[in-house]
Design a protein around this ligand. Structure first.
Ligand code: TGC
Ligand code: FAD
Length: 392
């Protein structure tokens, strides 16, 4: 992308609902994305490479564990600030937001919520700066939407456990220093543990050939009789609610992130519609283009309201998993629809890297699948309102 002229839409003056601190955080990350992400991201996406040099800056702007308390090296921000950071990062690229989501919600959160004091002190400060990077292993080749069926398992050997199995589709795995891994014990109970790069029998092959999230590194986690010290296990959390609690935090962040991608597509389409002349007038003057733009800003505004309210509920510890599912599902679908419409408005130019549209659109095809697919979130809402599970 040559120049980043992004101007954030705020149709309902939502800025007035934000605190000074939240606005400062948002503006800091917005400026960082303009300076550090926008100039390089298209090139990295085209080359299917994660821009590792951004890690330090992500740590500096507070994108790693935004709500982790300062005592453990985090910025100690509130949940709306966390959401705004994810929004701004995904405005740049979903892959950059993915890296921050995984580090924050899927690595730092479980260590903070379920870890021992020693684990927290050992890992969290370094994860907050990016000195250590982490990944999260839940999905397996044969168990995606249904993680309860996982086959990864470990056996108790006294002072350590022996871990076997494989995880697939793991963001950040090719370069992560540690992995938060979920596996079953000998009684079939799901437990979490921290596996470190360098442990014998642990490998992280990279997944190639993605048409989506090309600027994010994805890979496997393979465990072949890996000896994991007992002190690396989370002591108390048992069952699927462990990993699903982490997903609540990540899904919440994604519901904000998707707005960022949608805002970028809308902003680009709006500008293009005023500049591009056909039939002697700007294409933005045609009713069909205006319909597209009007629907885009309506949906973005609704999504902004939804997530802001969800953020307030989260700050008060009142947000339910089903409310988070609704926001993740609605906002990612909204963003994907807007990306497709924005692509139409850009005509042929919309398929090129001159504009961010196609990259956002392809990225969002992953975002609508990971952290629970579009249909799984619909079924979570269905369960919540009827009390009858479609999964049993
Ligand atoms: P179910 O019987 O409903 O529940 C089992 C236990 O878990 C509890 N629970 C939750 N706890 C916390 N948060 C939630 N959201 C929870 N949902 C359920 C539940 O209360 C129960 O607890 P207990 O104490 O009674 O045992 O479980 P189920 O097997 O029927 O499955 C439910 C289902 C399908 C909704 C769940 O499996 C699911 O969400 N599947 C989707 C899997 C998924 O989202 N995977 C994501 C992998 S990570 C990822 O994609 C990272 S991408 C990152 C990036 O790059 O940004
Ligand atoms: P499946 O579960 O096989 O689903 C296939 C289709 O069947 C979907 O449309 C689904 O909605 C539908 N389906 C399944 N069950 C039902 C049902 N009961 N009713 C109706 N329809 C149903 N995982 C991690 O653990 N860590 C990561 O860091 C991570 N990063 C990822 C990065 C990328 C780029 C991608 C693409 C995925 C990542 N994932 C990660 C995995 C992701 O969470 C899974 O892909 C997702 O949960 C879906 O699982 P699946 O791909 O096996 O699809």
């Amino acid at each position: 992308m040559a120049t980043d002229n992004f101007q954030a839409p705020d149709y309902y003056l939502l800025d007035e609902l934000l605190t000074d601190e939240q606005k400062l955080v948002r503006d800091t990350v917005r400026a960082w994305v303009k300076k550090e992400v926008s100039p390089i991201i298209e090139d990295y996406a085209q080359r299917a490479e994660f821009p590792k040099q951004l890690i330090k800056g992500l740590g500096e702007v507070g994108a790693f564990g935004p709500y982790i308390p300062q005592e453990y090296g985090g910025p100690g921000l509130d949940q709306v600030s966390y959401g705004l950071i994810m929004q701004e990062l995904e405005r740049g690229d979903s892959g950059i937001r993915s890296t921050a989501s995984v580090q924050s919600s899927l690595v730092m959160y479980p260590i903070y919520a379920f870890g021992t004091e020693e684990q927290k002190r050992k890992y969290l400060p370094k994860l907050a700066t990016g000195e250590l990077m982490g990944c999260f292993g839940l999905t397996e080749p044969d168990h995606g939407s249904n993680p309860n069926g996982m086959l990864s398992n470990f056996k108790d050997k006294g002072d350590h456990v022996v871990l076997n199995g494989a995880k697939m589709w793991i963001s950040n795995s090719p370069f992560a220093d540690i992995a938060v891994v979920w596996a079953k014990d000998e009684q079939g109970v799901i437990r979490g543990m921290i596996v470190e790069r360098g442990m014998a029998g642990f490998t992280t092959p990279e997944t190639h050939g993605k048409w989506s999230l090309r600027a994010s590194a994805t890979g496997e986690l393979v465990f072949d009789n890996v000896k994991v010290p007992k002190e690396n296990l989370f002591p108390d959390i048992k069952g699927l609610k462990g990993p699903l609690s982490c997903l609540n935090s990540a899904r919440y962040g994604i519901s904000w992130g998707a707005i960022g991608a949608a805002m970028d597509c809308y902003d680009s389409a709006l500008r293009y519609s005023k500049e591009r002349i056909q039939f002697g007038r700007p294409i933005g003057g045609f009713q069909l283009t205006q319909k597209k733009l009007a629907e885009m800003i309506t949906e973005i505004t609704k999504a902004q309201m939804l997530t802001w309210r969800l953020g307030i509920l989260k700050n008060e510890n009142r947000a339910t998993p089903a409310q988070i599912s609704m926001a993740k599902r609605n906002n990612v679908h909204m963003a994907l629809t807007i990306a497709r419409e924005a692509r139409q408005i850009h005509g042929g130019m919309g398929i090129t890297g001159e504009y961010p549209i196609m990259r956002h659109m392809m990225n969002l095809e992953s975002v609508i699948t990971y952290e629970g697919t579009h249909d799984i979130h619909l079924l979570i809402t269905g369960y919540d309102v009827t009390g009858i599970s479609a999964f049993e």
